[in-house]
Ligand binder design. Structure first.
Ligand SMILES: NC(=O)c1ccc[n+]([C@@H]2O[C@H](COP(=O)([O-])OP(=O)(O)OC[C@H]3O[C@@H](n4cnc5c(N)ncnc54)[C@H](O)[C@@H]3O)[C@@H](O)[C@H]2O)c1
Length: 415
């Protein structure tokens, strides 16, 4: 078997971590049981470019139980859990991922996954799909799935200019993905990453959250809960208003730069904090990014401005400014929740990856019937994922009476 990982000897620890995550992924387990019986992915190679974590490993195992041949490469050079990669390889699943790999190795690994001629590709950031539309147009796939907001934005841009040549399921657009993973997952794990990198007490600190979307709302709410004074920076007036009505201060990046102690970017946009902001920041501020790519902070400018730099803790680098101030950067400006912590808890990835497994099944079941455009999974799948999760949380649903169903679907009955 072909693979490229850091150290096969780490397999035992990785297997323990995969098993622990699996215990908290009950929806995926339910799907897995059905997959074992029905084998809906039988004989299809599925190449996944996802964060190589214990939760992803459970998805790979579910795909294999469904009859697929899964191949895994990393969607971020800093998020790979080397022990998990080793455990998957020991279990016969090819993995191409090494934590901290350079850009050249990262892309070599993506090509290695595509060399397996996948029928379905799974992305978190659209890297596989982009290469399918550039260097590897020779590969024909049934379709692709996309996990995150940034990837969906890239793929919609490809659809808009007529470049997209395969059907894509935007898993991110399922309610049971983005309303939970982005909000609760990113919210908790981003703070976990900042705390692990710096061990700062958030209470009493001014935390600037740049971007108040699904992720930003989760980060802001949790920082508030830990006693931070939360400041929100937004370009969208409706979202900015929502932040203001939630009790947060709303201001421009320029104003926030002067008062913030900790800055978190979650916009999906580039250079939202740049030299003009770094110039105004206080001594000792911490910068972290939880948006998909490491372009939200203008790191080239930060490096160019600095007169010296050093690693002060694992995942925390300090930059000296010419006027004596210091600016700290967590996890090299890459996704802080994956670089400095363990990514989203398994409980929330359970829903995201259940949607991924069902999206692969959907693409294969509808082979030939789908056009090269962006699809969202049918609402029944969202309802199914939510119902199973709710049952595992001990909740029960109310049901509509016949009379209520009639009332809601009619127009005759008024006051
Ligand atoms: N860390 C993780 O594990 C994780 C998980 C899910 C998504 N993401 C990534 O996080 C990013 C945000 O995702 P989302 O679902 O919240 O997206 P979203 O589109 O819901 O929200 C982004 C917000 O940023 C705002 N924004 C854009 N440019 C801005 C600027 N210059 N200044 C201030 N605000 C600006 C937008 O108006 C929007 O409200 C994406 O890159 C996504 O891929 C990361």
């Amino acid at each position: 078997m072909n693979y490229d990982i850091a150290n096969p000897d780490l397999a035992e620890g990785g297997a323990r971590r995969i098993a622990w995550a699996g215990r908290r992924m009950q929806v995926l387990e339910t799907i897995r049981e059905r997959f074992r019986e029905q084998k809906p992915l039988d004989g299809h190679v599925v190449a996944a470019c996802l964060h190589v974590t214990a939760e992803t490993a459970n998805l790979m195992l579910a795909l294999r139980d469904g009859g697929a041949e899964p191949i895994l490469c990393a969607s971020n050079p800093l998020s790979t859990q080397d022990d998990v990669a080793a455990a998957l390889v020991a279990d016969g699943i090819p993995v191409f991922a090494i934590r901290g790999e350079d850009d050249g190795t990262y892309y070599k690994h993506i090509h290695a996954a595509l060399d397996h001629a996948p029928a379905v590709t799974m992305d978190d950031g659209a890297d596989l799909a982009t290469i399918l539309h550039t260097d590897r147009r020779d590969i024909e796939v049934i379709g692709s799935t996309e996990e995150t907001t940034t990837g969906v934005i890239r793929l919609r841009a490809m659809a808009a200019d007529g470049t997209l040549r395969v059907p894509v399921v935007a898993v991110n657009d399922s309610d049971t993905k983005h309303l939970f993973d982005n909000h609760y997952g990113t919210g908790q794990s981003t703070l976990d990453g900042i705390i692990r990198a710096s061990n700062v007490l958030l209470a009493g600190q001014t935390m600037v959250v740049v971007g108040y979307g699904d992720c930003g709302r989760g980060v802001a709410k949790r920082a508030d809960g830990l006693g931070a004074r939360v400041v929100v920076v937004e370009v969208n007036p409706v979202r900015a208003l929502d932040a203001a009505m939630s009790g947060f201060q709303v201001m421009s990046a320029g104003e926030a730069a002067e008062i913030g102690d900790i800055f978190v970017t979650v916009t999906g946009n580039k250079h939202v904090l740049r030299q003009e902001h770094f110039d105004k920041m206080k001594d000792g501020v911490i910068l972290a990014n939880s948006g998909h790519f490491d372009i939200e902070l203008d790191l080239a400018s930060l490096r160019a401005m600095s007169t010296g730099r050093r690693v002060v803790r694992e995942n925390l680098e300090e930059f000296d400014m010419p006027d004596g101030r210091r600016i700290l950067l967590a996890a090299e400006g890459r996704l802080v929740n994956l670089g400095a912590a363990e990514g989203h808890p398994a409980d929330v990835m359970d829903m995201s990856f259940s949607n991924q497994a069902l999206a692969a099944e959907y693409l294969i079941a509808n082979e030939g019937d789908l056009e090269p455009k962006i699809y969202t999974l049918p609402p029944e799948i969202d309802a199914q994922v939510a119902s199973i999760k709710l049952a595992h949380l001990g909740g029960t649903l109310e049901t509509l009476t016949d009379d209520q169903e009639k009332y809601l679907s009619g127009w005759q009955e008024g006051t």
